[in-house]
Design a protein around this ligand. Structure first.
Ligand SMILES: Nc1nc2c(ncn2[C@@H]2O[C@H](COP(=O)(O)OP(=O)(O)OP(=O)(O)O)[C@@H](O)[C@H]2O)c(=O)[nH]1
Ligand SMILES: [Mg+2]
Length: 384
């Protein structure tokens, strides 16, 4: 299943703006809490140097696009309603939407680094966004803990594989559950953990979910970013302005500017005076901060936290194309250590079922199903 990233955080932090900036999907954005009710789903992208110059002047992606030799590799994104403190007790919109969200492989938490909104998303002054990091962890933890408690009678005295089933659909596999239990020295057979141990286990499960903090609204006031970084040296915090990234992407789409997502600059093509004025402000921000941070936040998550590699499946090993001649038609993000068979599984379950062998399109070497892929491998799969 495709890699999914969930955008989480308190109301009014800019989650939908961040989501829209990445996906260009039309999510509702407004300056009040609980603008988003139903989850928004879209496709965002992470950048990778495209291997097409090795075989052709251009590629023809079917799942994304390639600009200036940079391939944009798709990632499924989900934007949900805001979460407030004590959601686990039914406050705000409660927990319903977490069922959807927890199916995500990883999270980006959007916080309001400008300090202009409180934990409920209401206007405030000097609100320390570090509190958002603390409470969100607490709520996600309570949610996992509640699932365990609800099912406790059913799984007590059973083994870890049966226990892990209560978290099915939440990307918590048996091996993940087992490694969490082992880390805490908890028995994994005839399980009879006490409440404290169940608590610790749920916390450990949460720790396995990669998360990056997008310190948003830095265009207003980036003053809290350093403070947050000092308080949470182990958490990855990326300063950003989702508002500016969205403005740049829209201006690019409209033909007013030439902007490659994630870049440190843009070129004005066809902008009117008010647009030019707004763009000058954004340009000053880019000069100061290097980029809007939106693309950087998702790439930090995918490449640095999750160590994902990119693989390109092809049907024609000479042209690196599909049957219709599309060069490097698709790109997949795979977990480190993924094999040729894992890639086949991502492309199509039938391809994996009938797997015979694979071929490295660069070296023309035959690969077995257990062969571990490297970043940017171009692979042909033979299947029955
Ligand atoms: N200055 C500034 N404002 C932003 C930024 N990102 C979002 N906003 C504004 O913040 C407000 C809330 O944005 P949304 O994207 O709707 O926030 P949300 O987190 O999805 O809110 P809910 O769906 O209500 O939980 C809107 O007025 C946005 O224009 C940013 O980077 N800078
Ligand atoms: Mg929203």
């Amino acid at each position: 299943m495709a890699l999914t990233v969930g955008v989480v955080g308190k109301p009014n932090a800019g989650k939908s703006t961040f989501f829209s900036a990445l996906t260009m999907a039309e999510a509702k954005i407004a300056a009040f809490p609980f603008t988003t009710l139903e989850p928004n789903i879209g496709v965002g992208y992470v950048r990778k140097k495209c291997p097409h110059p090795e075989v052709a002047p251009a590629c023809s992606p079917r799942d994304s696009f390639c600009r200036n030799g940079i391939r944009f590799v798709p990632v499924k994104m989900m934007d949900v309603a805001g979460l407030v403190p004590d959601a686990h007790k039914g406050r705000g919109l409660g927990f319903q939407f977490l069922d959807d969200l927890m199916a995500a492989d990883a999270f980006i938490q959007v916080v309001d680094a400008s300090g202009a909104t409180d934990l409920e998303g209401k206007p405030a002054t000097n609100h320390d966004p570090a509190e958002e990091i603390v409470f969100l962890r607490e709520e996600l933890f309570h949610w996992l803990f509640q699932i365990l408690e609800k099912n406790w009678k059913k799984v007590r005295h059973r083994n870890i594989s049966e226990l892990s089933e209560v978290f099915s659909g939440l990307k918590i596999t048996e091996s993940k559950a087992e490694s969490c239990a082992r880390k805490l020295n908890l028995p994994t057979e005839r399980i009879d953990w006490n409440e404290e141990q169940r608590f610790a286990f749920a916390k450990e499960l949460l720790n396995t979910r990669p998360i990056v903090i997008a310190a948003n609204k830095c265009d207003e006031n980036p003053g809290f970013v350093d403070k947050m970084k000092q308080r949470f040296p182990d958490i990855t915090i990326v300063p950003c302005s989702a508002l500016y990234e969205l403005a740049l992407k829209r201006a690019d789409k409209a033909g007013a500017i030439d902007y490659l997502p994630g870049s440190s600059s843009f070129e004005i093509k066809n902008a009117n005076p008010p647009q030019k004025e707004a763009l000058a402000k954004i340009s000053a921000y880019l000069q100061k901060h290097g980029n809007t941070g939106v693309q950087q936040a998702i790439e930090t998550l995918i490449f640095e936290k999750m160590n994902r590699i990119v693989a390109f499946p092809v049907e024609d090993e000479a042209k690196w194309s599909d049957r219709k001649g599309n060069v490097l038609p698709n790109s997949f993000l795979l977990a480190p250590g993924s094999t040729a068979l894992d890639l086949a599984e991502q492309v199509h379950t039938d391809l994996a079922k009938g797997f015979i062998s694979a071929l490295d399109a660069r070296t023309k070497r035959r690969l077995g199903k257990e062969h571990q892929l490297k970043d940017c491998d171009v692979i042909k799969i033979f299947s029955k």
